[in-house]
Design a protein around this ligand. Sequence first.
Ligand code: PHE
Length: 459
Amino acid sequence: MAKAKFGSRIGLIAATVGSAVGLGNVWRFPAETQSNGGAAFLLIYVVCVFILGIPLMLAEFSLGRGSGTDAIGTFKVLRPGTKWWLAGALGVLASYLILTYYMVVAGWTTEYFFQSLTGSLYDGLQPGADAYNKLDSTFHARMENYVCSAWNPLINTFVMIGINIAVLIGGVQKGIERVSTWLMPLLFMLLITFCCVSLSMPGAAKGIDFFLHPDFSRIDGTVIVSALGQAFFSLSLGMGCLITYGSYFPKSTKLVQTALTVSMLDLLVAFLMGLIIFPAIFSFGLDQAELRGSTLVFVTLPEVFSQMPATRLWSTLFFLLLMVAALTSTISMAEISISFLQDRYHRSRKAATLIVLLPLFVLSSVCSLSFGPLADFKIAGMTIFNFLDNISTNYMLPLGALLTSIFIGWFAPKGFFRKELTPSLGKDKPIYGVIEFLVKWIAPPLILIILINSLIANP
Ligand code: PHE
């Protein structure tokens, strides 16, 4: 069977941006920015995207396109008979673990979408004089009730798994590419609408100041480590996802331009999210101490919506945006394992999709239940959900990225990387030298420092 490829340039970009833009941008980025001091974090984040993110993205694209096969197969094709395939295996495992818990949060977005649509999220609210405190505790309690209950979150997780199966069975062009080509423009339209609304709010300037005016004294080791982790997560790096998508790129795809487009759009979404969330929150007088990291979008934003006219409309559109972002990312994570089963074990598309996604009905359920009935079951002192998040994002992703950069910088066949990059800009452009230098000499030690830092910070 001929290897599947993306059918058009727009589709290829939409699918790859769809993978990159996800809860990482919409949910994790504002939370990380907020807890790491605002603009200072943003600044370091942008630097990380440029000096590590883009070169590593190019490394993954090249590996996939050059070898024409899945995340594990790539290493077998380029370095047969060695143990390098284990680097790919680490990626496949990491992506599956992340998918397991990401699906649960994706399920929350569907619940919040439906509750906004029906209005039940806002039922019975009576904000009084001290509206914020009351509302904050109301939405907090609502979220906690929901997340910790047994059945409700499971049903939503199942809905998300079902949608994933429906899309993925369609294959690369008719499933992933088609859905992304529809959903990505929708996502950008929603984002821009929200941006206009948020920036026109009376107190927007204070929020913008927090987001864009750096306080350099806030920059320390933790800020740098978090910014780098966030950059990898957000750009879908370190787990073979972009190797897999790269294997669907036709030979004519210009990798440098594609990597720049994808990473700039990903950055833009994160940036727009900051422009949406911080002005909205500051306009409603919530000061910094009251902003809450990971509950920002599920607690603080409903609170903001409840103060705005057309509450349900804005809330429904916002959670639709979140759902779309989550869906295209879960699809890309599942695709890593599906492509592995298709390329290595010659499974049909349908069989591979089911083998990958059906077990999630059990595994993601366990993750979801770890908020409620299984909350006391701890691994290394963490709930199952937190444990998976922690080992995959803090250790497996950086390790995957480290191995990828060492491989492409030092072990891939001579001239391989340059050959994949060349059609992008024509021969002998100094930029190739810069990219190669970053991948070979800068990425490995920097990532290593970050890994060690993670180990020391939370052993
Ligand atoms: N980049 C996605 C996000 O920001 C998450 C993701 C990571 C998707 C790795 C695929 C692979 O949410």
